[in-house]
Design a protein around this ligand. Sequence first.
Ligand code: HEM
Ligand code: HEM
Length: 173
Amino acid sequence: MENRSRSGYGAVTKFLHWTMAVLVIWQFLKFFDRINDGEHWVGETLVSWHISIGTLALLLIVLRTCWTLTHRQQRPAHEQKMAFLVNAGHFLLYLSLFLLPVTGILRMVGGGYGVKAFGWQLIEKGDEVSWAASLGSLHSPFAWVLLILVTGHILMAVYHQFVKRDGAFARIV
Ligand code: HEM
Ligand code: HEM
């Protein structure tokens, strides 16, 4: 049974939070493909895992959403006047984390490339699918939105830790 209380997140949430954080930051390295067409160390080593890591991220975000929904009563309480903003920010993070891998998969399917993750062919190569390609073209704009949300999220964490000093950071570490 997870030890999540009104004053802090439990072990499962912490584990999912930090695993997702590492994976998402890894995925952001895909922006480096804009430099020299990805022909550099980052592009050739870390970014080459983009589809595998993205597919794993989808699995984790689905697990995390299920976990959060089934443990709603045990969520830590937030300052009342800020609760709406905090919850809205976290909701947008969850939504983007879900839409990113989904649009990534649609982009691959739309182009007829199929999806192969960690050596497993999850979706076979095939014909181009125009509706999937159209939705998949939202992948890059969504990636920029997620980057802005994550940057704001980290800045808020730093603000709580060093300016407000209200122990918000301690709830998730
Ligand atoms: C949390 C999951 C994911 C994140 C955060 C993410 C993030 C990104 C980022 C930052 C870019 C670069 C965008 C740009 O330079 O404008 C990108 C591009 C791309 N991603 Fe993802 N991605 C994720 C999942 C996936 C998945 C699951 C797939 C495929 C199955 C995928 C396929 C692609 C492709 C094909 C591109 C190149 C797009 C292009 O050149 O226009 N991504 N992604
Ligand atoms: C990089 C990707 C990250 C994503 C997608 C992300 C997402 C989230 C989400 C959705 C929550 C709400 C918890 C829940 O509902 O389960 C949360 C909580 C939190 N995150 Fe992150 N996070 C990321 C990185 C970070 C980093 C790098 C830090 C620290 C610098 C951080 C600090 C926190 C803190 C302090 C909380 C608790 C806020 C509260 O009191 O409710 N996060 N994060």
